[in-house]
Ligand binder design. Structure first.
Ligand SMILES: [Zn+2]
Length: 250
């Protein structure tokens, strides 16, 4: 019997012989209810589509001779329906550096398996970011402390999950934002900087090497234990973070 499809086709699935037998044993559901969008959740039998969309991030660490390129590919579930959702499906990490090849391959395979398993996969970020290198971490541009290269891979996955809407930043209230801006202005006024470097045409070039980020904090700022950013300054006898607003007096 031919079935005429009158609606727009939003997705399709190949029926396999085992699906047919399963269908034959189970009675077909009565379909007089209002048509609803079929929600596809992630599960192990979800087949990889031919094409996936993704993003590639570059990680440059002083602990590594060459840059790492982290690619996260996403699957779009329920495309075109109100339940549309983009989720990470697989991860690849490439580098010229072969010294770390085996653990990187192992890590990416396990991460991809976790992604495909479905459910809440955002826990991965905290797990990876908590890994520290016994040789010591390093500072990224912008003064953010990375305890290890694995932690930076975790931070990269976090960036990606934020970009696809899987993780949301806790909203900083306007009051907190204003307070930080006020504290920063107070600190800068108190510090009475000699002259802005950018204004001097004969400025030393070395001052331009590392600061290519917009989030720069005053020189001499120390590491904030709350947000892991080098943004803690002493203001009126209180250690104050100019990034997250953390403050401790003593
Ligand atoms: Zn902070």
């Amino acid at each position: 019997m031919a079935i005429k499809i009158e609606k727009k086709i939003t997705g399709y699935q190949v029926v396999k012989p085992e699906d047919k037998t399963a269908q034959a044993t189970a009675p077909a559901p009565v379909s007089d209810a209002a048509p609803m969008a079929e929600v596809i959740h992630m599960h192990e039998s979800l087949e990889r589509p031919e094409t996936l969309v993704g993003s590639t991030y570059k990680i440059k660490s002083p602990l590594f001779e060459h840059a790492l390129y982290v690619t996260v590919n996403d699957i779009v579930l329920n495309a075109g329906t109100p339940h549309e959702q983009r989720r990470p499906f697989e991860i690849f990490i490439n580098s010229k550096n072969m010294d770390h090849f085996q653990w990187i391959v192992a890590l990416t395979r396990i991460l991809s398996a976790v992604f495909r398993k479905g459910g809440d996969v955002t826990f991965i970020v905290e797990e990876l970011k908590a890994v520290f290198d016994p040789r010591g971490g390093y500072f990224k541009a912008g003064g953010i402390y990375m305890p290890s290269i694995v932690a930076e891979i975790g931070a990269t996955i976090e960036t990606h999950m934020k970009s696809i809407g899987l993780i949301h930043d806790p909203d900083m209230s306007d009051a907190t934002r204003a307070l930080i801006a006020e504290k920063r202005a107070a600190y800068e006024a108190a510090a009475k900087k000699p002259a802005p470097i950018a204004a001097a045409p004969t400025a030393d070039l070395s001052s331009f090497t590392s600061s290519d980020t917009e989030a720069s904090f005053p020189p001499g700022a120390t590491l904030c234990s709350k947000c892991n950013t080098q943004a803690l300054v002493l203001l009126d006898g209180c250690q104050t973070c100019l990034n997250c607003g953390y403050s401790k007096c003593g």
